[in-house]
Write a protein that binds this ligand. Structure first.
Ligand code: GLU
Length: 516
């Protein structure tokens, strides 16, 4: 049996889009499940689109997501090198073989000639294609005399090598997601397989590498489906068809609104992440934060991405990586596009925050603390804070937005509640309660609760008379964890000072309202 070997083969042309991360994830999960190998191959043959830093970004994104590689640049493996720019000779050899077999040809048409043709066709509302219907009218080794071709090559004239697609044929693939997909050869262009700079194009390099790296399954985005027809011809011409990998083309990821492919611009427009990690571009508009900086946990991102195209066929939504690598299957990947549902991503993240032990959230909170709030706070304090807040937030920065008052004074009070609840004639009673709380022997949430209940009974007051006042006094807001728990974490001194300050403010506010 052939070994299960899959590759993630990004081109380092910029940061890795979240769709690329999904492709990597699906490959990774299936490799784990099948006891196979997950390989990173850097497809860097297009020098004009090469972006420094992109490869490092890709590697870091995979590492952050926990998609551990078995082979790849910097890791090694028996099938290297894993960067296409380091495998040039191999591609030239197979381009030459195709030329020798008459299944590829030299083309000498200049870029200007081809542009002119394109414009001419466009004027007639047609599309120019270099293919089996036009190639005999163009400047190539099929139309030029042999010695003229030789002369041009010897003179070092620029050329490309094109694949000679046969006429009037049909080619089919058995796609693991889409079933039989058939292409008509007359609709295929004669793709360039080797460029003027001697480097192969994606098509040739991809096929040669998949062959020699013994890739068993090609799992990639739907946008590559049309190219597969050319790839089949390459496998066929090189006599590798019997060991050709199986194909699975993943559905598109659609915009949050559902129409069209999710793009980089959607991220900027909607203020949502569409990349895994931050990227520093040349211009401000090319720089952005990723899921990591938006405060997502990688496990949540993986779970979210798994569902962008796949479903388990049950109601279950939360899947650890271990569970995913057991339950995941090509058969349950859909054909139609999956909508990028950002609120769902946030929901997943919340579930993972809740499931993460409080002590494990401490390091994450410190890492996401841009204002130095946590600097002089103990791990125990932060763990307790995380425990109180994690059900109330969805992404890490919301811990600070919703719970800033654990780290400093209340910034403002919900005045509507002051108007509704504060009665100046009760100030003395509330002062007494404040003192008793500060002196409480059992200074815990439970201790505070018992104390407050006793106080309510003494006064003949209900919860609605007391708790909103304490809550507003300590946090300024009616939203948040139990007021007793807030008090316990803030500590005696803080509770006492904060309530005193708040009551003064409530009194003053009341006076202002009365005189207004
Ligand atoms: N280099 C291609 C990309 O950037 C790889 C496509 C494939 O997996 O064959 O996505």
């Amino acid at each position: 049996m052939t070994k299960f070997r899959v590759r993630f083969a990004p081109s380092p042309t910029g940061p890795l889009h979240i769709g690329g991360v999904r492709t990597a994830l699906y490959n990774y999960l299936l490799a784990r499940q099948q006891g196979g190998s997950f390989i990173l191959r850097i497809e860097d043959t297009d020098q004009t689109r090469y972006v420094p830093g992109a490869e490092a970004y890709i590697v870091e994104a995979l590492r952050w997501c926990g998609l551990e590689l078995d082979e790849g640049p910097g890791i090694g493996g028996d099938y290297g090198p894993y960067r296409q720019s380091e495998r040039k000779d191999l591609y030239q050899k197979y381009a030459q073989q195709l030329l020798d077999q008459g299944q590829a040809y030299y083309a000498f048409d200049s870029a200007a000639d081809l542009d002119r043709l394109r414009a001419e066709y466009e004027a007639r509302k047609a599309v120019f294609r270099y293919d089996n219907s036009t190639r005999m009218d163009l400047l190539n080794s099929l139309t030029l005399p042999t010695d003229e071709v030789k002369r041009r090559l010897e003179a070092g004239e620029p050329y490309t090598v094109r694949l000679k697609i046969p006429r009037d044929e049909e080619v089919s693939i058995q796609d693991r997601i889409r079933g039989t997909v058939t292409f008509k050869s007359n609709e295929l262009d004669d793709k360039i397989i080797l460029k003027a700079d001697g480097l192969p194009t994606y098509h040739l390099a991809n096929i040669v590498d998949d062959h020699f790296m013994e890739i068993s399954h090609v799992i990639r985005g739907e946008e590559w489906l049309p190219s597969t027809a050319h790839h089949i011809y390459l496998y066929r011409f090189l006599n590798w068809e019997s060991t050709m990998p199986q194909f699975a083309h993943l559905p598109l990821i659609l915009k949050p609104k559902g129409k069209g492919k999710l793009s980089k611009r959607d991220g900027a427009k909607l203020g949502i992440p569409v990349f895994p990690l931050a990227w520093e571009g040349d211009r401000p508009e090319d720089s952005f934060a990723g899921f990591r900086e938006f405060g997502f946990l990688p496990q949540a991102v993986n779970n979210f991405l798994a569902f962008l195209g796949w479903n388990p066929g049950t109601e279950q939504e939360l899947f650890s990586m271990d569970q995913l690598s057991t339950d995941f299957s090509l058969e349950r990947i859909g054909k139609s596009g999956a909508r990028f549902d950002y609120p769902k991503a946030r929901w997943f993240n919340q579930q993972y925050l809740i499931a993460t032990p409080d002590v494990d959230l401490v390091a994450l909170l410190r890492a996401h603390d841009t204002d130095g709030l946590t600097t002089d706070r103990s791990d125990a304090f932060l763990a307790a804070f995380a425990g109180l807040m994690k059900e109330r937030v969805q992404v890490l920065p919301e811990f600070w937005e919703a719970g800033y008052y654990f780290f400093g004074p209340v910034r403002d009070y919900e005045t509507k509640m002051i108007r509704k609840k504060w009665k100046p004639e009760r100030r003395a009673a509330f002062d007494a309660l404040r003192d008793r709380w500060a002196e409480l022997e059992d200074f815990t949430a439970a201790g505070a609760e018992a104390l407050v209940k006793a106080f309510m009974e003494e006064q003949g007051w209900g919860f609605g008379d007391v708790l909103p006042i304490l809550r507003l006094g300590l946090s300024g807001t009616m939203k948040g964890p139990s007021v007793f728990a807030i008090g316990a974490l803030l500590g005696r001194e803080e509770v006492s000072q904060r309530l005193q300050l708040a009551y003064d403010y409530f009194d003053q506010y009341h006076r202002e309202q009365a005189s207004a």
